[in-house]
Design a protein around this ligand. Structure first.
Ligand code: AMP
Ligand code: MG
Length: 349
């Protein structure tokens, strides 16, 4: 299959290409598109065959449910049984935006889309290209991240092409995503709301609107019996080709330890990558050093995390040492993704 690439920006939508993309989706095809979080791989969410195609193109386990993307609030009520008032409040405040909410599903949502669950995840993205595409497609687009299962989520259209070229009908290239990490997921199917996946919107930001929100204990548990509720959070999403370890401690100690480990590995003849920030870029004299952003702007760290991991895969380093990024607002989300990539390999200094 030839994959068509359509280039546009949020400021200048290419309506002709979007109409075509909408037609592809209505006819059961697959289109990758930018959102403010990461690129999504879209298919018609109410068409079981389209959902199956998404799983096949990504090589995604079929018990890992998809998020349905909508562009208009009226459409929410058609795919869920009920919307609790707190969910309504969060939608008022944060939709369109990087928030996914989980509800009991209506009968029209196929089990192929929900991975066999009676609940359904829904999000209204803020990216204008995504919103227009969803409308052109008929209102309901199932879209997981547009990467091969087991690779970092794509923040650029070129990442999507690397993984999915020839396997999908179209890629809409809308430039780099804004946030670079997947949406925050809040579950509304239990008595009180629970965060199943941390993201740009953190616990405090949600609690300001609706009061107490719990965090799924499965997210931080090392006990394999306490599993995360979101099926996707149970997988080791992505393992870099090089062995990744996160070094924790004060800045000076972390820098010293990474330099010491790097020298030792280089002496053994191995290739070594280092993930740091602009503040410490000059403190690592050896190894392949990459800054993922600056600690004065934590958004920059979130935005470049997946890209840097992809770059190290291409450069085929054997070991990667990363500083840790417990930044004030998004630290929980950033460290959640990094720890998963590292298989929870932490070096304490
Ligand atoms: P992705 O689309 O790649 O961002 O992955 C979607 C995430 O949402 C995965 O972690 C899924 O397991 C999670 N998810 C989707 N639907 C549900 C649901 N009904 N219940 C719990 N988690 C869900
Ligand atoms: Mg994903």
């Amino acid at each position: 299959m030839k994959t068509e690439i359509a280039l546009m920006s949020e400021k200048q939508l290419d309506m002709h290409a979007l109409e075509k993309a909408g037609r592809i989706l209505r006819q059961g095809g697959l289109v990758a598109f930018p959102t403010e979080t990461v690129y999504g791989l879209g298919g018609n969410a109410l068409d079981p065959a389209a959902s199956e195609k998404i799983y096949a193109a990504k090589g995604r386990p079929s018990d890992n449910p998809l998020i349905i993307h909508i562009a208009d609030m009226e459409n929410l009520r058609k795919i869920v049984l009920r919307v609790p008032p707190k969910a309504e409040n969060l939608a008022d405040r944060y939709w369109p935006g990087p928030l996914t909410m989980i509800f009991d599903k209506a009968a029209c949502v196929p089990y192929e889309t929900t991975g066999g669950l009676d609940s359904v995840a829904v999000r209204m993205p803020s990216n204008r290209i995504a919103l227009e595409l969803i409308r052109q497609a008929g209102g309901y687009v199932a879209a997981p991240s547009a990467n091969t299962s087991g690779r970092p989520s794509p923040t650029l259209a070129s990442h999507v092409a690397e993984d999915l070229s020839e396997r999908i009908d179209m890629i809409i290239d809308g430039g780099m995503t804004d946030i670079g990490l997947e949406s925050t997921i809040v579950d509304f199917t239990e008595n009180s709301p629970v965060i199943l996946r941390p993201g740009y919107l953190n616990q405090q930001m949600l609690e300001k609107v609706i009061g107490a929100v719990r965090i799924d204990p499965g997210l931080s548990s090392v006990d394999s019996k306490v599993r995360p509720k979101a099926p996707g959070m149970r997988y080791r999403h992505y393992a870099p080709r090089g062995e990744l370890a996160i070094v924790e401690g004060s800045v000076e100690k972390v820098v010293d330890r990474i330099n010491e480990l790097t020298r030792r590995r280089l002496k053994e003849g191995a290739g070594v990558g280092i993930i740091c920030t602009d503040e410490t870029l000059g403190s690592y004299p050896v190894g392949k050093v990459k800054s993922i952003g600056t600690r004065t702007n934590e958004e920059s760290i979130a935005l470049h995390l997946y890209q840097v991991l992809r770059e190290f895969d291409e450069e085929e380093v054997d070991y990667i040492y990363s500083e840790s990024f417990h930044t004030p607002r998004m630290g929980q989300a950033i460290m959640n993704r990094l720890l998963k990539a590292a298989g929870h390999e932490i070096i304490e200094t």
